[in-house]
Design a protein around this ligand. Structure first.
Ligand code: UDX
Length: 451
């Protein structure tokens, strides 16, 4: 099939490369000429394991091409995927201007029947707006052409996006048209061989499915963080509780790791957008609003713990920071807990010595050169001369540490572990003051209810 993908960002590139890899002819479009030039030169502007190889192979085979030409992209594909960004508006709702601009171009340039596919995460009712926008552009040309709009949300995790695309548990398609069902069956047939993963439903149900999935996962995390904060006050180790409840198959072990809060490009934005949608239909979603509030509070706990450990004397101190990305295997720092921490430390007059296996360039891009930020070459250098250590991301290389060495390196023996990587006893035996998340240690009880 001939497929055009509008938006060569994270979702567009992964989808485009995976669809080309099974033999479709794919044209990825983006309005950013620099991005397209980079891609044409065989480089990939984002960090995602396996993606550069996949793009290179399929580009060399001639199945995957890149363009900045909207008209060419509209005319090329019979399937037109919209995978542009939907950043939050000032009020938290999804900003649809990029999605609707693509819809307008489709109406302006199409010459025959098209299936328009919303891949971006968009609020319930967006497909109707896309349909109306395409139709208005067609009407302006006075040409009566047929088209369909469907919703096909992605469920890609950063760091495992290719695996999720190729072997994900479901392919959701929202449509009421048999013609679209056939086209989508053909498009996904290579990824739908062993058992039927295609789920057809109404357009609005597909749109809500994406938000509901992310909101449910975010809820699990905020719930566990709430339990962890409670465990701290009750002198209970949340890790024991986590294993205790995870063993119930109705609860399960996935996504119940307490920590320093969720970040990334999806959960914070999608929970906010769903809260906003709920308000628009006069149903203030109390649980979802609390999920967000708990998460915001949780992102502040690392600073609160450090501040308590240092008796409020953070000015002039140097804090080592391991992990900047919002999770391992990505360089993405969007809404990362590390940012909340660094910004609070700087405001308190402390310096940061940070190390992350992938996100150093991204950190420099966001914060630039500043006297109170040193980007270290490795985790050892980050700790050298520092007063305390904070862990924000559970990269594998942080899991094993010589605690006796750490005790010698740190001026104050304080370790704040935002991901519960270590056994509190091991650090305490090495003479370190350990602050985990919900580890039942009275020293770590510093999430104040009013915070
Ligand atoms: C998420 C969804 O998983 C994916 O299906 C959707 O399409 C996009 O949003 P992603 O943002 O890449 O993917 O990250 P994910 O691995 O889900 O983690 C999100 C955040 O939750 C991270 O900050 C992570 O550290 C945190 N998290 C996750 C926890 O704090 N505890 C957990 O148990 C799991």
């Amino acid at each position: 099939m001939r497929i055009s993908v509008f938006g060569s960002g994270y979702v567009g590139l992964v989808s485009g490369a995976c669809l080309a890899d099974v033999g479709h002819e794919v044209l990825c479009m983006d309005v950013d000429p620099e991005r397209i030039a980079t891609l044409r030169a065989g480089e990939v502007p984002i960090h995602e394991p396996g993606l550069d190889g996949l793009i290179r192979q399929n580009a060399e085979a001639g199945r995957l091409r890149f363009t900045t030409d909207t008209e060419e992209a509209v005319q090329f594909g019979s399937l037109l995927f919209i995978a542009v960004g939907t950043p939050p508006d000032e009020d938290g709702s999804a900003d649809l201007q990029y999605v609707l601009a693509v819809a307008e171009s489709i109406g302006r340039y199409m010459q025959d029947y098209k299936v328009v596919i919303d891949k971006s995460t968009v609020p319930v009712g967006t497909a109707d707006k896309v349909r109306a926008t395409v139709q208005a552009a067609l009407d302006a040309r006075g040409i009566p052409l047929d088209f369909d709009v469907c919703s096909n949300p992605e469920f890609l995790k950063e760091g495992a996006a290719i695996e999720d695309f190729t072997r994900g548990p479901r392919i959701v398609v929202g449509t009421d048209s048999e013609r679209v069902r056939e086209a989508m069956r053909e498009c996904y047939a290579p990824y739908n061989r062993n058992h039927d993963k295609l789920m057809f439903m109404s357009v609005r149900a597909a749109e809500l499915t994406k938000y509901a999935a992310n909101a449910m996962l975010a809820t699990k995390i905020s719930f566990m963080n709430e339990m962890a904060n409670l465990a701290e006050r009750l002198d209970v180790d949340i890790e024991e509780v986590r294993r205790g409840i995870g063993s119930d198959p109705r609860i399960g072990y996935h996504f119940i790791y307490p920590g320093c809060g969720y970040g990334g490009s999806c959960f914070p934005k999608d929970v906010q957008a769903l809260c906003r949608t709920a308000r628009q239909v006069d149903y203030p979603a109390q649980l979802l609003e609390a999920v967000e509030e708990v998460n915001n509070r949780q992102k502040g706990t690392l600073f609160a713990k450090l501040n308590q450990a240092l008796d409020g004397q953070l000015a002039g101190k140097t804090i080592a920071l391991w992990g900047l990305a919002f999770k391992p295997n990505t360089d993405d720092m969007r809404a990362a807990p590390s940012r909340t921490l660094m910004e609070a430390l700087w405001a308190a007059g402390a310096k940061v010595q940070a190390y992350d296996p992938e996100a150093m360039k991204e950190c420099r891009r966001i914060y630039g050169e500043r006297d109170d930020l040193m980007l270290a070459g490795d985790r050892i250098q980050a700790v050298r001369g520092a007063d305390a250590l904070v862990i924000c991301t559970e990269w594998k290389e942080f899991r094993t540490v010589d605690f006796a060495w750490l005790k010698r390196e740190l001026n104050l023996p304080v370790v704040v572990d935002g991901r519960n990587l270590y056994e509190p006893k091991a650090l305490q035996q090495a003479g370190l003051l350990y602050y985990g998340v919900g580890r039942g240690d009275s020293a770590s009880r510093c999430v104040r209810p009013e915070a």
